[in-house]
Design a protein around this ligand. Structure first.
Ligand SMILES: [Zn+2]
Length: 303
């Protein structure tokens, strides 16, 4: 089965260069506020897609266990250093288009700054829907093509692409901005109900960030976030969606579930897999998926 190209952060110093030293404190703090407003206070099992180096993971502390997924192994190693190797965190290197989890597994899922890199966004969203349980909550962040800066640039003739049309714009290879209406229709088409929309990073302007103290920008952004229910003209949008309708929940009840019971073969979809200490074996197709230094690797089989 072919899957769309993947934006791989392997060996990237993204966490350091973009977040720690990149003057992104404002964006980071506004995201913390949005997550607090959207996430359920507590829950059993949360899926964090595109977890990277685990920047947001401590914000999900109300959940008993968090499964961190990233395509890049080195990003997950950084997350391990930050969060440790307790049973609370499960580290999985996998492709979002071929998620290795049984249907209906998770109580909640988050996908922040990830759709931005999806060449086939509806397909990735469909995978999320499949692994969410009944009434599962999905927190999605996406980059908004219909933002004030893009609108002004387009109207002044300084930008070729129109921010008003529904198709995604790929402004750099594997970097996409989306129209809010398109994202809504994909989610609703998949059977999600949108419960809340917040807009973020209203003041992501270099000059403002240099001259106005971050706390003041964060304060005004936290107020402006609520306007997301009426219009979305900021560069970043957060949506809280709920999976409606039933699906077959094939996992054991809370308390009796093991990490092994979470997985299915991403190639032939067989479950349960068989634990072979350094790998998980698939009785369906015979493939072996590696486990090394506490990271499950479902990108390529070992055999
Ligand atoms: Zn298989």
């Amino acid at each position: 089965m072919t899957t769309p190209p993947i934006c791989d952060y392997e060996d990237s110093d993204y966490q350091t260069s973009f977040w720690d030293k990149g003057g992104r404190e404002y964006e980071d703090r506004t995201e913390a506020i949005a997550l607090k407003r959207l996430l359920p206070m507590q829950g059993h099992l949360l899926l964090e897609l595109g977890a990277g180096a685990g920047r947001n993971t401590p914000r999900y502390r109300g959940f008993e266990r968090i499964v961190l997924v990233d395509y890049s192994r080195t990003q997950l190693e950084q997350a391990q250093q930050r969060l440790g190797t307790s049973d609370k965190y499960v580290y999985v290197a996998a492709d979002v288009y071929r998620l290795p989890f049984v249907a209906g597994l998770f109580d909640a899922a988050t996908m922040i700054r990830v759709l931005h890199h999806m060449a086939d966004a509806p397909r990735a969203l469909g995978q999320v829907k499949e692994v969410l349980g009944p009434d599962g909550v999905f927190i999605l962040e996406y980059a908004n093509k219909l933002n004030i800066k893009a609108i002004l640039r387009y109207l002044l003739g300084r930008q070729q692409w129109s921010p008003f049309t529904l198709e995604p714009v790929e402004f750099v290879r594997l970097n996409f901005d989306f129209h809010p209406k398109a994202v809504r229709s994909w989610l609703e088409g998949l059977g999600f109900r949108i419960e809340k929309t917040l807009t973020l990073s209203h003041f992501r302007i270099g000059l403002l960030k240099r001259i106005v103290p971050t706390s003041i920008l964060v304060f005004f952004d936290s107020l402006a976030q609520w306007t997301g229910v009426w219009w979305q003209l900021s560069p970043s949008v957060f949506v809280k969606a709920r999976r409606v309708g039933r699906n077959a929940r094939s996992i054991p009840p809370v308390g009796q579930d093991t990490i092994l019971s979470y997985f299915k073969c991403p190639d032939c979809r067989y479950s349960p897999l068989v634990n072979k200490s350094d790998s998980l074996g698939c009785p369906g197709c015979g493939k072996k998926w590696g486990i090394r230094d506490g990271i499950y690797d479902f990108r390529e089989p070992m055999n």
